[in-house]
Design a binder for this molecule. Structure first.
Ligand code: DGT
Ligand code: CA
Ligand code: CA
Length: 575
């Protein structure tokens, strides 16, 4: 792509603006402004000059430094200095500079007066009339800012659990190191293992004069402190994630944990039960009149209202209270119940690691078998397999297993379901496999009846074991495709095949309620890491959280079976 003079001029002019906002040396700022004007006004193409090896520093106002920047822009299409400056300054600044009529000086004033960092905060400031309240700024500027930032005024982003969980782990580790801190745990939607969280809720108990709040508010990763009192603080991390911390006495720990774990609907249902018993329940404990009757542990809280302990993942007021009363709570599946992983890729297609490395890591993760399931040829970008390459891998896996590696490797494929419900590879090669995973990877837009039929047809193929990521949704990015899931589940039951709970953080597909539907229909759920690297086996933990939210027990999940029980179940789908 040719780089126009005007583009180079725009880069220099933005650099000058950002330097000015940063309060840099005025000479440096002026040098960039002048260079922007020189280049913008020039008749000759700077790019052509660079190509010819002309001395740019002969141009008026262009020294060696600026000449080097120009060469960089022409050759790479980028400018390191500009990228660094943009990163150093909050995104709101870059956005403000784009608003017509706002120069560096006024942007600097706005930034100081409003204290906004993100574009969304900027939008809110304009929406709340805080721009025209600043001397020198009127309703016109406010309206311009409001409009320019409108596309960013979306709902506050919910953070995928795959991002939130690691953040919580490191925050909690830091809290536990603060002198006086006894316990520090996650509550809120993260503890309930929702697939996305609005904010993190942390709970700690501490002795005496612990500096826990102060340390938390000054944490390494904290971008902004929203509030900090003696028993609570709220901060925003650099990632934009908000975190609430509560510090309570240990005698209230259980009550506070129950309260802040929620969900709100579950809490309300609990409180109703308490009222029936003339008890009062809040984050400090369970009280009869003024007397505390429970609250140090969550068990004590539930016992006080006549219930057994209810696992956090169930606390959504979706029937768990009734189940608890009837002593019919499920015994939720645990990570340690998984005996194998039924979906992964090696570097033979689009994975990063060798079969050897994947097998070793799986073994170290406590698994007894894995299924290698590369992509099929239709997914050319993922280096999908044709029959020849699949045959080669089948032989390779046979040889691998002969060496008795301590873990069994099953032969599989993640075969594309074509538009008409045919599979992307012929029966002649599929029949040599232990299992066939069918996946929709394109034509997400088919109308409901067509999309459903396509999948039903695929499931009726001679070799079909597991329907991969059944709804195709990507959290926060892509809606599920339009299908009649109950019908697909009914057919899966008749066919004796399985549906996947894909563990990739962006997928977690099936959802919790869809897991419940599969269970109700009597269809076993196959948990697959869909690992593309040996690090991805950690994602199984996320899928377990989702499965638990879907009330799944060990028996509801296909790959809790020992290999010798699994084999006949797979064989039945390969007819
Ligand atoms: P989130 O953050 O949207 O993913 O969902 P949660 O469940 O983490 O909600 P959050 O952070 O607003 O509050 C944490 C917990 O605190 C919530 O699950 C239950 C409790 N809680 C918050 N507000 C109320 C309330 O007004 N009433 C009751 N009973 N509990 C509340
Ligand atoms: Ca929360
Ligand atoms: Ca919260």
């Amino acid at each position: 792509m040719p780089v126009q003079n005007a583009e180079i001029a725009a880069v220099f002019s933005e650099i000058a603006d950002l330097l000015e906002i940063e309060g840099a040396n005025p000479f440096r700022i002026r040098a960039y402004r002048n260079a922007a004007r020189t280049i913008g006004d020039m008749g000759r193409s700077v790019q052509a000059m660079v190509a010819k090896g002309a001395d740019l520093d002969r141009l008026p106002g262009i020294g060696t430094d600026l000449a080097a920047r120009i060469t960089e822009i022409v050759n790479t299409g980028r400018c390191g200095l500009l990228e660094r400056l943009r990163k150093e300054l909050p995104p709101a600044i870059t956005e403000l500079l784009k608003v017509p009529g706002l120069g560096a000086k006024r942007v600097r004033t706005l930034h100081h007066e409003l204290g906004v960092n993100t574009i969304e905060e900027l939008h809110q400031a304009a929406a709340q009339g805080r721009v025209q309240a600043i001397p020198g700024f009127g309703p016109k500027t406010q309206q311009a800012i409001f409009e320019a930032t409108l596309p960013h005024a979306k709902e506050p982003r919910r953070v995928p659990v795959g991002e939130a969980a690691p953040a919580a782990v490191s925050l909690l580790a830091a809290l536990r190191k603060v002198p006086g801190v006894e316990q520090a745990v996650a509550a809120g939607s993260l503890r309930r293992r929702r697939e996305t969280v609005g904010d993190l809720d942390l709970l700690a108990t501490a002795k005496g004069e612990s500096p826990v709040i102060e340390r938390f508010a000054h944490g390494e990763d904290v971008a902004q402190v929203l509030a900090a009192g003696s028993t609570r603080a709220s901060v925003v991390l650099n990632s934009g994630l908000q975190v609430d911390l509560r510090v309570v006495e240990s005698k209230s720990f259980g009550a506070a944990l129950a309260y802040f774990t929620g969900s709100k609907a579950h809490n309300i249902a609990l409180r109703r039960l308490a009222q029936e018993r003339r008890l009062k329940i809040n984050e400090y404990g369970v009280f009869k009149g003024r007397q505390r009757v429970a609250g140090d542990t969550e068990e004590s809280v539930y016992r006080a209202v006549g219930l057994p302990y209810i696992e956090p993942e169930l606390r959504e007021d979706r029937g768990e209270i009734e189940a608890a009363r009837a002593k019919r709570l499920p015994r939720l599946i645990q990570r340690s119940d998984l005996r194998g992983d039924l979906h992964l890729h090696t570097r033979d297609s689009d994975g990063h690691d060798t079969l050897q490395a994947m097998a070793e890591t799986a073994l170290a993760c406590g698994l007894q078998y894995i299924a290698v399931t590369e992509h099929s040829r239709r997914l050319a970008m993922a280096r999908g397999f044709d029959p020849v390459r699949l045959a080669k891998q089948i032989d390779q896996i046979d040889r691998f297993n002969e060496r008795k590696p301590g873990i069994a490797v099953l032969k599989g494929i993640e075969v594309d379901i074509l538009d008409d419900g045919e599979l992307d590879l012929p029966d002649s090669i599929l029949q040599r496999l232990d299992l066939v995973i069918g996946a929709v990877h394109q034509r997400f837009d088919l109308p409901r009846a067509k999309q459903t039929d396509r999948i039903l047809r695929a499931m009726e193929q001679r070799y079909f074991t597991i329907l991969a990521h059944p709804t195709g949704r990507l959290i926060g990015e892509r809606e599920p495709y339009d299908i009649d899931l109950p019908q697909i589940l009914r057919r899966a039951k008749q066919r004796g095949c399985f549906v996947e709970l894909n563990a990739q953080p962006a997928r977690l597909d099936l959802t919790d309620t869809a897991c419940q539907m599969a269970k109700a229909e009597g269809v076993l759920v196959a948990i697959g890491s869909d690992a593309h690297s040996s690090l991805d086996f950690d994602h199984l933990e996320l899928a377990i959280g989702q499965a638990r939210r879907g009330w799944l027990e060990k028996g509801d999940v296909l790959n809790t079976r020992a290999l010798r029980e699994l084999r006949p179940l797979l064989a039945r789908t390969m007819r």
